[in-house]
Design a binder for this molecule. Structure first.
Ligand code: MRU
Length: 477
């Protein structure tokens, strides 16, 4: 067993742990700190011309990129590197995926999450499959297998439109490239030509380039959403956001929080109300963390406190992301968004949906057709805890060694209660789940809900601000 240890703090300087795991499982990367990662933004803040020197600015330099492509220095193998969002904020673990199945697992477990990040992740997953797993010699067979891989990753989670969008975009690129270059020389996606004749080799190289281009494009799209949305907010606004539609939900910068970062630099934000976002607490764990790291004042509330702060006149606007937007503007987002939209309407507070145009699903007429993900009841039946034991705490290490010698350990407790303990993250890391609900309780755990278009003040995309038509619907197509 690898014996690297981890040491973490909330400012994101996390020394990471590593432990060999099964092939298809993403692996934790050792000895990397988030703040040392080469892939953090080159642009520290937004760059609005109206910003003055006296104006506090969001510092994005300490936020990591969420996902990136990298070849292993030792074996040359391609890898997708992912900030493990199941462990943030206390552990800044980086996972490396070497296989399509590994990325699918990361998506299902929410290590990689957030609609725009999933869009890039699904495209990169196909490029990874192409590099590390495809062994075809004929282009036709390769494309048929790519289609199967695309369907697999696209269906890893059902609600976020971007997941299938990313896979389909990469797949369409591959088919067009093959059709255009059949028997011809290589032309990379930037238009250059190296004269090489091998279509399959060149196709594979072009796919990798294309997936990385999509990652770059994601940040540009989010910065455009920020620039478009910020002017909608008055100076010193107190905005409320739900779940995490921040940098962590994208490759970098964020959608709803992209608007916040841009607006903050312009003096338009005094603070952000952050809903904790039960059951997985993406607000409390991820949004509160990234806003704090960026230096944007934020206040955490439980989901059930939103009405109270709105009733007291303390919220000037609600900004949320989106997982899928139907053609009429009905919007699926993290469960709880609908309640916030209803409250915003009741208290006459503008309610803005911020998303890239890739989240718009023009094939669905309205929100009743959006598939809603149902998740594991255990997310509601208990609480997760994970941590890293201090290296000199030998007693704790020994106790965990004894308990978890044969892998995940289930401790049966009195009255049907349960505790699961595992050591997925490495020798000093542990994950625990404590059951808190009565045995046999029935659970309903939809991950998303649908907000009707008529409750949305405007949809902000990189293409502009869309307002409802006279019927209360949106003309997004
Ligand atoms: O289940 P998650 O964490 O993937 O849900 C994410 C959300 O609901 C986000 O708010 C949404 O994807 C918008 S992300 C910019």
């Amino acid at each position: 067993m690898a014996d690297e240890r981890s040491q973490v703090d909330t400012s994101a300087s996390a020394v990471l742990s590593a432990e060999p795991q099964a092939d298809a499982q993403p692996q934790a990367v050792a000895d990397t700190t988030i703040s040392e990662l080469p892939s953090a933004s080159t642009a520290a803040t937004t760059t609005d011309a109206t910003t003055t020197d006296a104006q506090p600015r969001a510092d994005l330099t300490k936020l990591p990129r969420t996902i990136w492509w990298q070849y292993d220095e030792a074996d040359g193998l391609a890898g997708i590197y992912i900030i493990d969002q199941t462990r943030l904020p206390l552990q800044g673990d980086v996972l490396v995926c070497r296989t399509l199945e590994g990325v699918i697992l990361a998506i299902k477990t929410l290590a990689l999450r957030g609609a725009p990040a999933l869009g890039v992740g699904s495209a990169m997953a196909l490029a990874l499959w192409s590099e590390n797993e495809s062994n075809h010699t004929a282009v036709e067979e390769y494309l048929a297998a790519l289609d199967i891989a695309a369907d697999r990753v696209a269906s890893a989670r059902p609600t976020a439109a971007n997941l299938a969008w990313g896979a389909n975009r990469l797949r369409d690129f591959a088919h067009s490239y093959a059709a255009e270059h059949d028997g011809s020389s290589y032309r990379s996606i930037d238009g250059s030509d190296d004269g090489s004749p091998d279509l399959l080799v060149n196709l594979k190289a072009a796919i990798v380039e294309y997936a990385q281009m999509m990652a770059t494009e994601d940040e540009a799209t989010n910065r455009a959403i920020g620039a478009v949305g910020a002017p909608l907010l008055a100076d010193g606004s107190r905005v409320l956001t739900h779940c995490n539609a921040g940098s962590l939900a994208t490759v970098f910068f964020g959608t709803a929080l992209g608007v916040v970062y841009t607006a903050f630099d312009q003096g338009r934000i005094s603070h952000v109300w952050v809903t904790e976002t039960r059951p997985l607490n993406q607000g409390a764990r991820l949004t509160a963390w990234e806003l704090s790291v960026a230096g944007v004042p934020n206040v955490l509330i439980t989901d059930s406190m939103a009405a109270s702060v709105m009733a007291q006149g303390w919220v000037d606007a609600v900004l949320v992301g989106a997982d899928r937007i139907a053609a009429n503007g009905d919007t699926a987002n993290k469960v709880g968004t609908l309640a916030l939209a209803q409250l915003a309407r009741a208290y006459n507070i503008p309610f803005y949906v911020c998303a890239p145009s890739s989240t718009i699903d023009s094939t669905l007429a309205d929100g009743s057709l959006i598939p809603i993900e149902q998740r594991d009841p255990r997310e509601m039946e208990g609480n997760n805890a994970s941590g890293i034991i201090l290296p000199d705490n030998n007693d704790a290490v020994r106790a965990l060694d004894t308990l978890t010698a044969s892998g995940e350990k289930e401790l049966k407790l009195k009255n049907g209660h349960q505790m699961l303990l595992s050591r997925k993250g490495g020798a000093y890391s542990f994950d625990a789940w404590f059951k808190t609900t009565p045995p046999g309780v029935m659970v309903y755990n939809p991950a998303f809900d649908v907000t009707a278009a008529r409750l949305i003040t405007a949809i902000i995309t990189e293409k502009g601000v869309f307002s409802p038509n006279s019927d209360g619907d949106f003309d997004l197509l």
